[in-house]
Design a protein around this ligand. Sequence first.
Ligand code: BTN
Length: 234
Amino acid sequence: MKIISFSSIPSTNSYCAENIDTLHDEDIIIARIQTSGRGRKERSWSSKEGGLYFSLVLKEGLNLLSAPGVLTQLMALAVCKTVKDLGVKAYIKWPNDVLGGGRKFCGILSEAIFEEAALKAVVIGVGINLSQSDICSDKPFITLKDLGVDIKPEVLLKQVFDNFKANLLLLKKDGFKALREEYKNNFAYLGQQVTMRIFEDIVTGTAKDIDEEGRLLLLTDSGLKTISIGDMDF
Ligand code: BTN
């Protein structure tokens, strides 16, 4: 495992994809600034100074993992635990946004890299807003500084990585069910009415549970739906 640091780079996820053959399991790419930071759904991710931007490469044991969806949830859990230990009332919005005070401060973009049909690596990209306050976004955002935490990016990275590693060991041993209760305890919407976007569909229902594979169980007018892809962020 090694950490490769850049002061400025287009995107740590893109770097990993472009250099995947020379990177090893658990290598981390970190940047002070990203000039073309990428978010989910081909959105851009504002990445000026004042954030933690990193990508973690996973190459080993991928056949045991239902990558990359569950890995993303594991990382959300690691971030949530880390900032809670720092005193923030953080929580997860399924599957993988981390919020405080009703606003997002962390986004995660996991990307699978294939060679022919075989899964070669998963890159888990994490952006945490530490103090970047001038973001152009239609979504409400918040900084860790707003939430009372002043921490250096590299210190936060180490704590997040340690927590992720602990989660990964549990996952490899017993699957997501080993983390299910902790995930549920950090998922703030259980029992609440939520609206999901699932591809082109909008579905409303009550968030009933998270199952042993990390999927959301949503009780809708047409019955209980098991949702593995979708998001609540609109
Ligand atoms: C989201 O849309 O919520 C996901 C945002 C992910 C941003 C991180 S920052 C580090 C890594 N490199 C990127 O280009 N994106 C991810």
